[in-house]
Design a protein around this ligand. Structure first.
Ligand SMILES: Cc1cc2nc3c(=O)[nH]c(=O)nc-3n(C[C@H](O)[C@H](O)[C@H](O)COP(=O)(O)OP(=O)(O)OC[C@H]3O[C@@H](n4cnc5c(N)ncnc54)[C@H](O)[C@@H]3O)c2cc1C
Ligand code: FES
Length: 1291
């Protein structure tokens, strides 16, 4: 921090005086829950501060280190693009694509109101660059000093040295040979935080000018070890633009990999030497340096200066040739020569900010010899991700097309490869033969760390193939007579281009109507200025303490002992809390207060005798600071006795018959009447002339709300009262369980929720456990206790979307009309029931999606496994059920060789047709919606274009798919379909409303304020909503099932209508008075200006035992068309375009609803593509913890062209103001990307002479895409199953 000026979001503007950057993001609806918003605003601020006129490309890149789980990114990008110098600025805030905008304005169909002030805001941002000037005293100090100052300091646990010359640095290292050098600390901090590394002496190398210098010579460039990656990137860009192209091929390759290296924030601080010394097997820099024969200059006092070629630097897993006390001074990278070709490749799960799966630096130098052709003078191939360290393969001087000699140096088996290649004439066959030997040489087994063995092997070969294509193409351009790469194969050379993203939104905006208006999220500006308060932002209360969790490290074990004595010895640690601290608790009490669960009480708050998953809560350390509590919790020693069996996946559970007792069965048509009287209307099973059988398998999904679970419990000295602030979707359940556990009545507990930084279902039930832990601690110690989970803790403890497996058999006619479906559905519930039963029911009720199956036999069971309890997640089982139906559609279509859309249309529900749970379909617009989607997306024409493109390209294929959805609205538990509201009108005319729902970014409170304002006939500014609190509205249902607007809106409407009616006589007798005067008159006449509203959804009540009654209030429908392009060599994909059409009735707030649709689509797309939680089959450990290992879609994963339309003319008589719920229904439309990918894979398989249906599990990761594409390289890389247990599995 020395001499640095730190600018935070609070520093650039406030709600009253916002900075234009803050205002833009708020205005374009770029903030929903707001937890990511400060980071996003500051990335944009930093960009505009650095560059007055950034290009669109630069804006696009500015967010590569930011994530948002709510918005789907499109509005943020479009808002930010307004700052771009080359952006096409429109005058409206809808932000259509230029052509669309022009067309709409010319045809008068533009829905935006002219006069948006976004352009003005952006203009202001251009002149406000000095809004936060660099502090003058710091500037003066800096100017006076010119050079950095050396200093040091120490605390009780570490000493910090800050030398400014190499001599000082070496002297410090002489004194402390084990000192840890630090630059950006992007690696060192991870070692300290996650690997418990302790470094008593830290030495900064960030301010030593000699280590930051960059020197160009005639042959190459010396980069100082402390050059940051951003500086490196800029320097390489400059070199590539200034130098001869042939000289910079190696540097350009380095630049290519740097573009996809981490995000801006990391590249700005991380240094070159830091990456090299870390010696990560997946380093993105080392393979290129190795391939380029780069040389390191290192120095120590003892050994002086020595040079180490990078290829000799890596000795093993994270072991290098650097000796004690040696530092890297610089890295020399030679220029490339005229006939030298260098390429770098990187493939990861996500394009931006992700760790490599496999990367490569490939370099070949050639010479033309007449009669011989091109002869290789030198060649060097390095791969990352293929072994314990970056691995180099060196060819000896040879004729390139005649032999490829691979010298693996440390891996003697490489001899085989060499022998296979030497003296052979170049040909496709020879390459394949060489590749065969290459994979034999690669030391990966099925259980190698990182998993994906087959994919990594095939990827190494594929990257190699890309390079061969590239070099061949270059040589053919140079040399007449050398055969060129055929045109179809050129597509294998470059990565899929990804243009800048843009979007179109089309809806009817009811101007001046309050309800139906595009009102901005009421907290948006607070979120953009950092003024919005989340629990961890609350100032510490007097005497407040902090919790640090003690979690199980075993998946299934008996707890033998817990020793927390070392933790309690630390100064400031107050207590170790366990089940024994529950007031008056004994394990044998009748209603065990340590045992909770939303419906089935089957899990302990603190594990007492046994643990059932890694990450289960055993105890809580309470200390004076959060960091101390975390440190102390790590000192608690728990000993275990492992218990068998260890069951992780659905398949394990089926084999072991490990199920919860709960199950569901649905039988209709012929299955139902088999034993009963003959029903003439039943379609006989024999009507099916064909059958197919298959498996639809889906993995879990992590919620990844940006705000992890956080709770603060505040005990009162009086009457046993307890106040709990929680980041929860379920304040009532929090209140009830705190009361139950502490043994006090519910009227002594209040739970308050101001806002959440995202929930998505993950805080419906699992958040309660943390609140209970802090409440128990607060009760025992009589002091407030707060705890916020780390990302890793949250992911390890709180469960995910349920993985599902559907085993189906479907009968159908020659045309493809469904006759029957038999389905065995299994979900992975984890170790306890939680909400798994309700999730299972919804999955079962959505396994038809939009299609009528006349005869249905479905059985559904929940697997009991040793993983955290899986829980609610947006869609609540619905998407998993619908995925089964869509896999069936595509299976049948492939079998009949018909387009999937034809099978869909043929089987769509018609009005009044009953679902398999007996609910007649009402107001069905499926046909119209589907036709509308196909028409507006130009589906048929684009499908033909896709086929044409695929015929012309061998290694890149496109795919297009349409997908409909139908989502049932209501809680399936009847009693939850009720809501309350409280509305007060004060004598100054201001209105305070409260209701039972919580705000997690979905804009619920904004819609509720709109409804209240509309009903009372006042402007929105008169209405305030402060928070959700159980002492204002009691006995509320969780904010879930997408029905919170429907139900709470009705309750608000009820309360406001009561007040309106009480005011009516006064309004009639004083027709001209203002609202304020009307209120005053009524008050003086002693009118009650407060009302309690209530709503219960009518007619509901499905009875599972008889299969009768109404399950859902209504359905929300939608359809989407997605188009993708895949790289068949790497498995990479880009979503080229997505068109979404939703029937959401009459929108209460189109801007918020568009945000919900785009956010849900992106989340659904993530579920079906890049998000794949992976668990160890041998330990039950979740590998994919934290943002490093688990990838949600980033800014550059969204469709490059995203179009959202609301279906016109749709109404809904069964919900408030004719609206429809929108939170969950669009999520499944993200699966259209999955089926578009599958369509593209079909084309790739056809290239390899494979046709017909193939099973592909969801998600369509790069690994699955590449493996499914098939081809000779996949066969060569094939890993037989008998090679061992895999490193990781999908649970
Ligand atoms: C979110 C995130 C994303 C990442 N993404 C990528 C990625 O895409 N690709 C990739 O390859 N890596 C990635 N990394 C890894 C990391 O960023 C790099 O390894 C980085 O270059 C380390 O630089 P640093 O300055 O932060 O090193 P530090 O953490 O400060 O130090 C790392 C090591 O280098 C040593 N060291 C530093 N300077 C010298 C020197 N002059 N002489 C001798 N030893 C020295 C230190 O002692 C330490 O052992 C990522 C890390 C994070 C946290
Ligand atoms: S608004 Fe971005 S994470 Fe919620």
């Amino acid at each position: 921090m020395d001499s640095r000026h730190v600018i935070t979001i609070e520093g650039i503007g406030t709600v009253k005086t916002p900075h234009p950057t803050q205002e833009v993001i708020a205005k374009v609806h770029g903030s929903q829950c707001g937890f990511c918003t400060p980071g996003i605003v500051m990335s944009l601020y930093a960009l505009t501060k650095d560059k007055m006129n950034p290009t669109q490309e630069e804006v696009d890149e500015a967010f590569d280190g930011n994530l948002c789980r709510c918005t789907g990114y499109r509005p943020i990008l479009e808002g930010a693009m307004k700052s771009a110098s080359d952006g096409d600025h429109h005058e409206c805030e809808v932000g259509c694509a230029p052509a669309e905008c022009a067309e709409k304005r010319s045809t008068g169909t533009c829905t935006a109101e002219k006069g948006s002030d976004i352009e003005d805001i952006v203009k202001r941002s251009k002149v406000s660059e000095d809004s936060v000037p660099f502090p003058s005293d710091l500037l003066e100090r800096h100017t006076a000093r010119q050079t950095a100052v050396a200093y040091s300091f120490r605390c009780d646990r570490a000493a910090w040295y800050h030398p400014t010359t190499v001599d000082q640095l070496l002297s410090i290292l002489d004194l402390y040979p084990d000192a840890k050098l630090v630059h950006g600390s992007t690696e060192v901090s991870i070692e300290m935080k996650f690997k418990n590394a302790v470094y008593p002496v830290l030495v900064s190398v960030a301010d030593i000018p000699a280590l930051k210098s960059i020197t160009e010579t005639d042959d190459g460039v010396h980069f100082g070890g402390s050059v940051t990656l951003t500086t490196l990137q800029h320097t390489l860009e400059s070199l590539c633009s200034r130098r001869e192209p042939h000289q910079t091929r190696g540097l350009a390759a380095l630049l290519d990999n740097l573009r996809f290296f981490a995000g801006n924030q990391i590249r700005n601080v991380a240094c070159l030497a830091g990456n090299i010394v870390t010696a990560s097997p997946t380093s993105d820099i080392n393979p290129v340096l190795m391939a380029m024969n780069a040389i390191l200059r290192v120095q120590s006092s003892e050994n002086g200066i020595r040079q180490i070629p990078v290829r000799e630097f890596f000795l093993g897993y994270r072991r290098t040739a650097l000796r004690s006390s040696e530092v890297i001074l610089s890295v020399y990278v030679p220029f490339s020569c005229p006939n030298q070709y260098v390429k770098a490749y990187k493939q990861s799960k996500r394009k931006d900010d992700d760790i490599t799966i496999v990367n490569a630096g490939l370099n070949v130098g050639l010479e033309f010899a007449s009669g011989q052709g091109w002869v290789v003078k030198e060649a060097s191939f390095a791969f990352g991700g293929m072994g314990p360290t970056t691995m180099r393969f060196v060819t000896k001087s040879c004729t390139f097309w005649q032999s490829i000699v691979v010298d693996l140096r440390r891996y003697s088996s490489a001899k085989l490869t060499a022998e296979a290649c030497v003296g052979k004439t170049w040909s496709k066959e020879m390459m394949e033969n060489a590749a065969k030997q290459l994979v034999i040489d690669l030391p990966l087994t099925l259980s190698s760390p990182g998993g994906m063995i087959q994919y990594r092997r095939v990827l190494a070969l594929s990257l190699f193939q890309k390079f061969i294509l590239y070099v061949s193409h270059q040589l053919a351009k140079l040399t007449p007579g050398v055969p060129s790469v055929v045109e179809r194969e050129v597509s294998g050379i470059e990565n899929i281009p990804r243009p800048l993203s843009h979007g179109v939104q089309e809806y009817e905006n009811e101007k001046g109507a309050v309800v139906g208006e595009t009102t901005t999220h009421l907290s948006a500006l607070k979120q953009c200025t950092g003024e919005a308060v989340y629990i961890d932002d609350m100032a510490p209360l007097q005497g407040e303490l902090f919790g640090g969790l003690v979690l199980s490290s075993q998946a299934h074990a008996e707890i033998k002992s817990v020793d927390y004595s070392a933790a309690l010895k630390l100064d400031g640690v107050k207590a170790y809390i366990s089940a024994n601290d529950i007031p008056g608790w004994t394990p044998d009490e009748h209603h065990n207060r340590n045992v909770v669960g939303p419906v089935f009480r089957d899990e302990e708050i603190f594990a007492t005798k046994k643990v059932y998953h890694v990450g289960q809560m055993i105890g809580l350390i309470v200390a004076e600071s959060a960091s101390l509590a975390t440190r102390a919790a790590k000192l608690v020693r728990v000993t275990y006795e492992p218990i068998q069996p260890l069951i992780v996946s659905i398949e394990d559970a089926i084999a072991a018959k490990s199920f919860f007792e709960f199950s569901r069965t649905i039988k209709t048509g012929a299955y139902k009447t088999t034993d009963g009287p003959k029903d003439e209307r039943v379609v006989p099973l024999s009507a099916a002339t064909h059958t197919v059988e298959g498996v639809a398998r889906m993995s879990a999904q992590e919620h990844f709300y940006l705000e992890t679970n956080c709770s603060l419990a505040v005990p009162s000295k009086e009457d046993d009262e307890m106040l709990v602030y929680a980041s929860t979707q379920n304040p009532t359940e929090t209140q009830h369980f705190v009361a139950h556990t502490l043994g006090i009545p519910s009227n002594r507990v209040v739970c308050k929720v101001k806002r959440m930084g995202g929930g998505f279902g993950g805080k419906e039930s699992r958040s309660v456990l943390l609140s209970l832990a802090v409440a128990i601690a607060a009760k025992k110690l009589g002091r407030p206790v707060r705890c916020m989970l780390t990302r890793e803790e949250d992911m390890a403890m709180t469960g995910q979307r349920h993985p599902f497996r559907g085993e189906y058999k479907v009968g159908f006619t020659d045309e493809g009309k469904f006759v029957f479906m038999e389905l065995d559905l299994y979900s992975n519930g984890g170790f306890s029931m939680d909400l798994s039963h309700s999730v299972l029911e919804r999955a079962l009720c959505h396994a038809d999606n939009c299609y009528h199956f006349p005869n249905v036999k479905m059985r559904a069971r929940i697997c009991k496994t040793n993983i955290p309890s899986n829980t609610a997640f947006r869609g609540f089982g619905g998407p998993q059920g619908m995925m089964v139906a869509e896999q069936i559609i595509h299976h049948v279509a492939a079998y009949l060789k018909k387009p999937a859309e034809e099978i869909m249309r043929l089987n769509f529900y018609e009005c009044d047709q009953p679902t398999h749970f007996g609910q007649p379909m009402e107001n069905v617009y499926l046909d119209r919606l589907f036709a509308d989607t196909l028409r507006t997306s130009d589906f048929e024409r684009r499908k033909a274009e896709v086929a044409e493109y695929n015929a012309r390209h061998k290694y890149r294929k496109r795919g297009i798919a349409v997908l409909p959805t139908k989502f049932g609205l209501s809680f399936t538990a009847r009693w939850l379909n009720q809501a309350g509201a409280l509305v007060h009108v004060y004598t100054d005319g201001s209105v305070l409303i409260t209701h039972g729902g919580t705000e997690m970014g979905q804009g619920l409170h904004t819609k509720m304020v709109q409804i209240a304002a509309h009903t009372l006939g006042v402007p929105i500014s008169k209405v305030h909503l402060s928070e959700t609190s159980t002492d204002k509205v009691p006995n509320t249902s969780a904010t879930a099932a997408s029905v919170s607007s429907d139900m709470n809106g009705m309750a608000i409407l009820d309360a406001c209508t009561q007040i309106r009616e009480r005011l009516k006589p006064y309004a009639d007798s004083h027709p001209k008075v203002s609202w304020e005067d009307l209120v005053e008159i009524a008050y003086k006449d002693r009118v009650n200006l407060s009302a309690n509203g209530f709503y219960k959804t009518p007619d509901l009540g499905f009875d599972w035992s008889t299969g009768t009654g109404r399950m859902y209030n209504y359905f929300t429908y939608g359809a989407a068309v997605s188009e993708v392009e895949i790289d068949t060599l790497t498995g990479d994909h880009v979503v080229r375009r997505a068109d979404i059409v939703m029937d959401i009735g009459k929108s209460l707030n189109p801007a918020i609803d568009v945000g919900q649709i785009e956010g849900a689509f992106t989340q659904g797309m993530g579920w079906c593509t890049i998000e794949e939680p992976l668990v160890s089959p041998t330990t039950g450990f979740l590998f994919t913890r934290g943002p490093g290992a688990y990838k949600i879609p980033g800014f550059r994963d969204i469709p490059t062209d995203l179009r959202v339309r609301f279906m016109k003319g749709a109404t809904n008589p069964r919900a408030i103001h004719s609206s429809k719920a929108v939170g969950e229904p669009p999520l499944f439309l993200g699966a259209s990307v999955f089926f578009a990918i599958k369509h593209a894979i079909d084309a790739a398989r056809a290239e390899n002479c494979q046709s017909g249906y193939f099973r592909m599990d969801s998600p369509a990761t790069a690994e699955r895409i590449r493996n499914a594409c098939g081809g000779p390289l996949v066969e060569i890389a094939h890993v037989p199953n008998e090679m061992g247990k895999p490193w990781a599995v999908v649970a």
